[in-house]
Design a protein around this ligand. Structure first.
Ligand code: FAD
Length: 427
């Protein structure tokens, strides 16, 4: 596809996968001052915080309550750079003061129960919050049953680093402690999963660290997939930048990890066992637990929705956005979550006012960073089709044979994307 150079690239979707801009979202302003109601949002990440903020901006009469246990949110995008020692974790952290100043009531607790009949959410201390509409944006939880041997205790030895924070720093410390000549294994699950390109970005940036600090070392990718997004771009960059430092064992070569033994740091695949010096295990995933508690999850482990309103197909008056929803063609990314949060806010304002919701069109731009100053993009547009979002015309991907100047430009755009989306979400 041709590279689109005329369109403003202001957002980056996962350094992988895809991103979504809010440029073409239905605007909630038409309903200003007409609707009243109580909206509770569970989860103050990219989806939930964007939704809570958009609701208050659309209609100052709305009572918007955000329930989120952490006072400080730690963002995953760019956390691979923290692992590779290119950035500090503090650059990933954001508070909720701005949301509170804009009139969102921020409750620093977890939601523990949802009464769908009485329409109320209970928080850790037992307080119940009544809602007219509930938005769930709890992100992912891990599907430990699908990976025997792996659980929270195992993640202390074989970190996932798939929720940013302490796990990110643990993986970084393990890399720093590893002797030159060691192997860093990355186990990648099948889709759907959070930010499908992010594991390959991680492999790239870890290779960058090793090339500079421990050049006799290797990165071994054990992959439950045969192909992945922007594969040709990644593989070309790996060859160009890292020679044979990165080895990938695909699904059909026996790369799927079937179990782990944290006591011996053993990774078991369909065709053999590995004992790497550092084991980064990214387990299979599912919607955050509170979505299960609210009965919004189906047999896939994710939440089916009406893509026009994001209302659950299983529970009325509950909307699900971000990684937790079954979005179809939209990758699970921060950009997607933010765009969905705004579109969902617009739909809720219309529904509360008794008006028909508008059909959203989400636009995403995704940048993958494989080394400092070396990035590439993927742009896509998405619209509701049946029960999911489908990709529509107008997408673009960076050409495989682009000059290094373009790679440098796209790496700089990625940084600007992160600044823009975090300012837009958290203020
Ligand atoms: P989250 O942002 O995870 O937010 C969920 C929130 O819900 C959390 O704050 C959590 O504390 C809260 N929560 C959970 N349960 C409860 C409960 N019971 N009560 C109250 N609160 C609760 N995306 C991009 O677009 N670009 C990138 O470059 C990119 N890079 C990535 C790199 C890595 C290594 C990873 C792992 C992901 C990356 N992503 C990227 C993906 C992105 O981080 C997620 O898609 C995005 O965070 C999803 O937003 P969300 O709102 O669904 O979930």
């Amino acid at each position: 596809m041709p590279l689109m150079t005329t369109r403003p690239m202001t957002r980056r979707s996962a350094v992988f996968g895809i991103t979504i801009t809010a440029a073409n979202l239905a605007r909630p302003s038409a309903s200003r001052a007409q609707s009243t109601g109580r909206v509770v949002v569970v989860g103050g990440g990219f989806g939930g915080a964007a939704c809570a903020r958009a609701l208050r901006r659309a209609d100052a009469k709305l009572q918007v309550t955000l329930i989120e246990p952490n006072n400080i949110f730690t963002a995953c995008p760019f956390s691979n750079e923290v692992i590779a020692g290119l950035r500090e974790l503090e650059a990933q952290q954001f508070g909720y003061d701005k949301l509170a100043a804009e009139g969102v009531t921020v409750i620093g607790q977890a939601a523990t129960a949802v009464d769908t009949q009485k329409r109320s959410v209970t928080a850790t201390d037992g307080t119940a919050f009544a809602y007219d509409r509930l938005v769930l944006s709890p992100g992912i939880d891990f599907h430990f049953e699908a990976l025997p041997g792996y659980d929270d205790a195992a993640s202390e030895k074989m970190p996932h680093a798939w929720k940013a924070g302490a796990q990110t720093l643990l993986l970084r410390r393990q890399l720093e402690a590893m002797a030159d000549g060691g192997t860093v294994a990355i186990a990648i699950p099948a889709n759907p999963s959070r930010c499908p390109p992010a594991p390959y970005e991680r492999a790239s940036l870890i290779a960058h660290y090793l090339k500079n600090k421990k050049p006799r070392s290797k990165v071994l990718i054990l992959d439950a997939k045969d192909s992945f997004s922007q594969q040709r771009l990644f593989e070309k960059a790996w060859k160009e930048l890292y020679g044979d430092m990165i080895e990938r064992v695909a699904l059909s070569q026996g790369g799927r990890v079937t179990s782990v033994d944290p006591a011996t740091r053993t990774i078991v695949t369909e065709f053999g066992n590995y004992i790497p010096e550092v084991a980064n295990i990214i387990p299979p995933q599912r919607a955050g637990r509170i979505a299960d508690i609210a009965s919004a999850v189906d047999a896939t482990g994710w939440c089916p929705i009406d893509p026009v309103t994001f209302e659950s197909k299983l529970v009325p008056n509950i909307h699900v956005i971000g990684d937790a929803c079954l979005g179809g063609g939209i990758p699970k990314s921060a950009s997607a979550a933010g765009a969905q949060g705004k579109a969902c806010a617009a739909a809720i304002v219309n529904l509360l006012a008794g008006r028909a919701p508008e059909t959203p069109r989400l636009t995403g731009v995704c940048y993958n960073t494989v080394a400092p100053g070396y990035g590439f993009l993927l742009a896509g547009n998405y619209q509701p089709r049946g029960d999911i979002f489908a990709e529509v015309e107008g997408g673009a991907t960076s050409p495989v044979d682009a000059p290094r100047e373009l790679r440098a430009r796209e790496a700089a755009e990625a940084e600007r994307w992160f600044q823009t989306i975090t300012a837009d979400t958290f203020g």
